[in-house]
Design a protein around this ligand. Structure first.
Ligand SMILES: [Zn+2]
Length: 453
């Protein structure tokens, strides 16, 4: 077997790994590069493989940095099956058309305002391309073996990151490879503890938080303090969220804070992301995959006013605080939250609260680093609002949680490939794994190919 790293090397985005057995080519994850411009440009470049030559795609989970390249892959000739879990399939049905919509909207906006270097600016792919990709999805249950061609077997095991997210194990008679996907946390309020895997010949290990530990204190306390402080100033708490995962978690936390009296029960809460509204419904439909009961799901659903139309979304920018707005995208790189930032970032009584990982080059990363202004649609918008970051709400395990999970292996993999981390984080994870477990590790380069035998 040969493995080629086509993304998520030196970055947390663009996950794509090609497994080549000689008789079969399997692409695990088909993610979009996001963040820094030189990364985003990779989405437009030629892949070193022809999609027509790939037999199947396997998805670890629905997030766009793991699935968002699929419409383009299909447009460029891929016509095989796309295996994923049932919830991942449901979530892709909202995430991929939305990603296409964002691409179309951005191109359209650039053309209207004339700030693109390209005339006309074109979308990377369209809603129709996304629809064509969805036709190829093959939903599979967790912990069931699926045959890929004559020689390979595939299995998904829950990994606790978001609804439907999985460890992907692919093996033949000789060798097994485990793709970690994005690993969730052992004590997440919504998702169950990641499955303990005991063996793999080769392991691809994510390292988003390879150099950082999450705060250990209760995120509810910090969340309540931030909300109460902003409410006192009659400000708006704007929370950029991933539509899938953090949006539901935040709603549930806000429900708990309100019902325990830690924050004022009457503060209006808006979930302004049609996709997050749909994802919240899907979350309620897949009970058993997460920790919440039917009643808790219902409470989560009641916590926010669901904002659907563009008119309602615009009207929110005219409203006065106090209020809480949750809106996608989570790194403020696109979506409706960008319009809210334009409206609320320049006012000092507001708070912009980040709750997830912010990739380099995103507006989120810039604001956490203290940027005095951010560029939106070709204009600089001053950031006068308070910017906060609660790391303990992350959907990614930090390095100590990952090391704990790795300690559950009965034997060391022959090699562990450290992927899905920015360079400093990936290297820090390499050091942790080598020093604490004495495992052989490699931090692969973009387009590097290795033999697995
Ligand atoms: Zn993810």
């Amino acid at each position: 077997m040969q493995l080629t790293f086509l993304g998520a090397t030196g970055t947390v985005t663009g996950s794509k790994y090609l497994l080549n057995t000689g008789s079969q080519r399997i692409l695990v994850d088909c993610g979009l590069f996001q963040g820094l411009k030189q990364l985003r440009l990779k989405n437009w470049g030629q892949l070193p493989i022809n999609p027509k030559d790939v037999d199947a795609v396997v998805l670890t989970h629905a997030h766009i940095d793991h699935t968002g390249y699929l419409p383009l892959f299909v447009k460029n000739g891929f016509s095989g099956k796309v295996y994923c879990t049932e919830a991942t399939s449901d979530l892709c049905k909202i995430l991929l058309p939305d990603s296409a919509h964002l691409q179309e909207e951005e191109a359209e906006y650039a053309n209207r305002r004339g700030f693109s270097k390209h005339h006309p600016a074109l979308p990377l792919y369209t809603k129709e391309d996304a629809q064509n990709a969805l036709e190829l999805l093959v939903p599979v249950k967790f912990e069931q073996d699926v045959q890929l061609g004559d020689d390979l077997t595939l299995r998904f095991s829950p990994n606790g990151h978001i609804l439907g997210s999985a460890f992907v194990r692919i093996h033949n008679k000789k060798t097994s490879v485990l793709f970690s996907g994005d690993i969730g946390r052992p004590n997440d309020i919504l998702m169950k503890t990641p499955t303990q895997i005991k063996q793999a010949d080769y392991l691809l290990l994510e390292s988003t938080y390879g150099n950082r530990l999450h705060e250990r204190d209760d995120p509810m306390i910090k969340l309540a303090a931030i909300i109460n402080k902003t409410v006192k100033r009659k400000g708006v708490v704007l929370i950029p969220v991933f539509a899938v995962g953090r949006a539901q978690e935040l709603l549930y936390y806000i429900h708990l804070l309100k019902s325990s009296g830690a924050i004022d029960f009457d503060i209006p809460v808006y979930l302004n992301s049609p996709m997050a509204v749909d994802a919240t419904a899907i979350f309620s439909n897949h009970r058993g995959e997460h920790r919440l009961t039917k009643e808790q799901c219902a409470a989560l659903n009641r916590t926010a006013h669901m904002v659907n139309s563009v008119e309602e979304s615009r009207a929110l920018n005219e409203k006065k605080g106090p209020m809480i707005i949750l809106s996608a995208s989570g790194m403020a790189s696109g979506g409706r939250v960008v319009h809210h930032l334009k409206a609320f970032a320049p006012k000092s009584n507001n708070t912009i609260l980040f709750v997830g990982f912010q990739a380099a080059g995103t507006r989120g990363a810039a604001m956490i680093d203290g940027a005095e202004s951010i560029k939106i649609h070709g204009q600089y918008v001053p950031v006068k609002a308070t910017v906060e970051f609660v790391s303990n709400l992350s959907a990614h395990a930090d390095y100590s949680e990952i090391i704990d999970w790795l300690r559950g292996f009965e034997s060391a993999p022959k090699k562990t490939f450290i992927i899905h981390g920015e360079p400093v984080a990936a290297d820090a994870m390499r050091v942790h794994v080598e020093e604490q477990l004495h495992w052989r590790t490699i931090v692969p380069e973009y387009l590097e190919t290795v033999n697995l035998d």
